[in-house]
Write a protein that binds this ligand. Sequence first.
Ligand code: ATP
Ligand code: MG
Length: 497
Amino acid sequence: MRDITLEQMRQLLDVPIFHQIGQTADQLGVECYVVGGYVRDLFLERPSKDIDCLVVGSGIAVAEALGRRLGKGANVSVFRNFGTAQVKYHGIEVEFVGARRESYSHDSRKPVVEDGTLEDDLCRRDFTVNALAVCLNRERFGELVDRFDGLADMQDGIIATPLDPDITFSDDPLRMMRCIRFATQLRMCIEDETQQALERNAQRISIISQERIVDELNKIMLSPVPSLGFIEMTRCGLLPLVMPEVAALEGVEVRGGRAHKDNLYHSLEVLDNVAAVTADWSDEAAEGQTFPHKLWLRWAALLHDIGKPRSKRWEQGTGWTFHNHNYLGEKMIPGLSRRMKLPMDERMKYVQKLVGLHMRPIAIADAEVTDSAVRRLLFEAGEDIDDLMLLCEADITSRNQQRKQRFLDNFRMVREKLTDLQARDSYRTWTNPITGEEIMQTFGIEPCKIIGELKQMVKDAIWDSLIPNTHEAAREYMLQCAAQKGLSPVTPDNPTQ
Ligand code: ATP
Ligand code: MG
C-alpha cells in the first residue's frame, strides 16, 4: 500500500470527470464524495473499473444535473426504487447514491432506507477499508474522510467491519462472502472479532441468493491463491453450507495404521497449482464468455475429486481405494451446478469432461506410454486436451520428490506423443472409415449388434496401429473379422436369403 498526501490525492483525481462531478454538486449545494472500492484501490494501486459517488442529499439529482452538464455522449440511467443513478460517459461509469441510513429486519437483506448523514452512510458499509471517502467539492477537493481507521487497517492488512461485526453480517449475510473474498483477493487477514462473527452468523447465508454467492465464489476462484478463501470458508463453517460436496472432502481416516490423504486440502493445492499456471490467462471467461477457460479450469480443479467420499473403500490387502471416483464426480457435476446456479451450458460440460477424464493421463503415464492410449485420450478430450494435461500436472501433489518427478517425466512423454500424433493424424476429430451403412450393404443385413462389434474392431485395430488409418485397409480388415464371425459379403453368386 502507498501513502497519498492531500496534494497527491488532488493529482490522482485531477481528471475532468471528478471536477465535473464536484462542480455539479457545488451548484446543487450538496456534499459529494468518491467512496468505497475506488478509494481503497487508489491506495492499493489496483486498477478499478467502477466509480461510486456518495451525495449527502439526492444522488439522482446530481446524476441528472451531471448528465445535462456533460451533454452529448452522457447516458444517465435512474433507478428510483434503489435511489441510485448511473452516468456513463466515454467508457467511464459512475454510480451515484444518496447518503443513507439503513435498518434491517431479520429475514431479508433488503433494509428500510432513510436519508442519512455521511457518517450514517459510512457505517453501513461492509469493511473499514471500503468505508473511505474523498471529497469532490471544490473547496475540499481531494480531502480524505476515514472515520473507521480504514487506512490503518489497510496498512496492517486487516479486514474488519466498521460496526459490531455481528450486526454487519446479520444485517446482510452476503457481507460474509465479501469478507472472505476481499481477504483472498487483497491477501489480507480477517480480524479476530470479525472472524468469530463469521462463525456465529454462517447459518444466515441461507437468505442469500445463489447467484450472489456464486459471484463471490468466482472472484475467490480468480484470485492469485484461491485456496485462502476456501480455507476461511472451512474455518468459519460456511463451506458445508455453500458447497457440501467440497466440504465432504475434508478429513483423514486411518485404518490399520494407513491413512488416506485429506482430499479437501489436496483439491485446494491442485486449485492453487492451476491458478499459478493460469495467472496470466485473460479473465474473459468470468465475464460471460466461454473461452478461454481460466475460471472453469479452476472450477474443474476444485471439483476434480468430489466423487472420492462416495467411492471410498477399505480393501483388505490394498488399503484405501477410490475406484471410479472420476466417473462418480462427473455424474455429480450437473446436480451441483443446478443447485448452485452455475451455468448449465458448455462451461458445465467442460468441467464435467475434465473431472471425468482426470485419471486418464495418470493411468497412461503410470504404465507404458503407447500410441493407442494417447490416441484414445486425444479423441476423448478433443480440443480440451491441453487443459486436461494442465489439470493432471497440477494434480501431482506428492511430497515424494522421486515419485513426483517420475510422473512429471512420464507426462512429458505423453505430451510429446500428443504433439507427435496430432501432427501425424487428426485423432481429435477421428471418424471411423467404415460406417454401419457400409457394413449393412456389404453383408445385406439389418441393423444389429454385430455392426457395432465390427466397427469397434476396426477402431481398435487403427488405434493400436495394427492397420493404417485408411478406408482400404479398414475395409480389408473388416472383411476378415466378418469372415471369422461367419459373415460373407453379398455378391451376385452369393445372394442372401
Ligand atoms: P469490487 O468492485 O472490486 O468488487 P468494491 O469494494 O468496489 O469491490 P462494490 O460491490 O463495487 O465493491 O461496492 C462498492 C462499495 O459499496 C464497497 O466498497 C462498499 O463500501 C459498499 N458495499 C457494496 N456492497 C456492500 C454490502 N453488501 N454491504 C455494505 N457495503 C457494501
Ligand atoms: Mg466496485
